[in-house]
Design a protein around this ligand. Structure first.
Ligand SMILES: [Zn+2]
Length: 159
């Protein structure tokens, strides 16, 4: 491997992403959710990941942060992560620069991402895709399209 030049951070850049050449920085995660987020991403083990737990944040008090080498998050991942950490921000990095920033927003309908906790729901059959309607986003409330069971944030179970 040739020696790499230390990256130059652009003037006025507020995000420190200097250590990452290609990949994604996920910032402003609710403290304590980073490991859950890694599980959601299900990255293979040769990927290099930097995790900051319980970092001080002016905006949030404490937060978690994740830097992932050579992985650009896709929309489906952003949506899943939004369910556990609605204010997370995503910076896609190429050649040490932020090329795209994503802020998740919950869709009106969440399909095939979550398990319905109702044991008699038709979606307990694996062949039926689960479907939830987002009823409230401020304190998250979802309703199963099939059995109308309402679930709160702490009841969310990802598929
Ligand atoms: Zn249901």
């Amino acid at each position: 491997m040739p020696a790499e030049q230390p990256p130059r951070v652009p003037e006025g850049s507020k995000i420190k992403v200097s250590a990452l050449r290609e990949g994604t920085v996920i910032d402003h995660l609710v403290a304590g959710t980073a490991l859950k987020v890694l599980k959601i991403l299900g990255l293979d083990s040769d990927r290099s990941v930097t995790i900051g737990l319980n970092l001080e944040s002016k905006k949030m008090g404490h937060k978690d942060l994740i830097k992932i080498e050579r992985h650009e998050v896709i929309n489906e991942e952003v949506q899943k992560i939004a369910l556990v950490s609605p204010n997370a921000t995503f910076s896609i990095i190429r050649d040490f620069h932020v090329v795209q920033k994503l802020s998740p927003s919950l869709p009106e309908m969440i399909e095939n991402l979550l398990r319905c906790p109702n044991p008699s729901c038709v979606t307990t059959d694996d062949r039926v895709r689960t479907k939830f309607i987002v009823v409230r986003t401020d304190s998250l409330r979802l309703r199963c399209h099939y059995c109308e069971r309402t679930i709160r944030k702490d009841e969310i179970e990802l598929l």
